[in-house]
Design a protein around this ligand. Structure first.
Ligand SMILES: [Mg+2]
Length: 181
């Protein structure tokens, strides 16, 4: 199934370097999600939450906030927002912390992802763009969150790859996608 994989914080809303608890959608992101859902995309959030492993936020708080977000998008007419989360730190040696591909594999084992027609959208080159690169799917960098920094002072951390498109924000990315696919 054609799928949009997407980062959470810095991409859909919230604090790009913090945890999920303060998450609120950026302007027009819900409109963007609706547009993508209406164009038949499966919507999959892939999020690194290392503060869970560090003990800074509990798994219960993460789950409660996630359920709140899913309910909010449902009220907006989007019934298919899925979440896949890596709770680990780098030292845990997991296979799911982006840019590793474990979250993709988990989502792919649930419903097969059509890689040719799928995209990753995110704000961090080193994790999100390299995640897409490691999977072998197309990618869009958004300039919200740490996106602008990813393009400038941190460009060397993901120099191996190029985004297929650079968007002001998630809504602009969804417009580009639905006009070009
Ligand atoms: Mg991010």
């Amino acid at each position: 199934m054609k799928t949009i994989l997407m980062d959470l914080q810095g991409t859909l809303g919230g604090d790009p370097l913090g945890d999920i608890s303060s998450f609120e959608f950026y302007p027009k992101v819900l409109k963007g999600l609706k547009l993508l859902a209406d164009h038949g995309y499966r919507l999959v959030v892939v999020t690194n939450q290392s503060r869970i492993s560090k003990g800074n936020i509990s798994k219960e708080i993460y789950e409660a906030k996630k359920n709140e977000i899913v309910l909010e998008v449902k009220k907006f007419g989007i019934s298919n927002l899925e979440f896949y989360c890596c709770p680990h730190t780098r030292d845990d040696g997991c296979s799911c912390k982006k840019p590793k591909t474990g979250l993709f594999e988990k989502a792919n084992s649930y419903i097969k992802i059509d890689k040719e027609n799928s995209y990753m959208i995110g704000d961090m080159g080193m994790s999100d763009m390299m995640f897409a690169h490691n999977i072998g799917i197309k990618k869009i960098l958004v300039l919200t969150g740490v996106g602008a920094g990813s393009l400038n002072e941190y460009r060397d951390t993901w120099i191996k790859t190029e985004p297929n498109f650079i968007a002001e924000g998630f809504y602009e990315a969804s417009l580009w996608l639905t006009n070009n696919s």
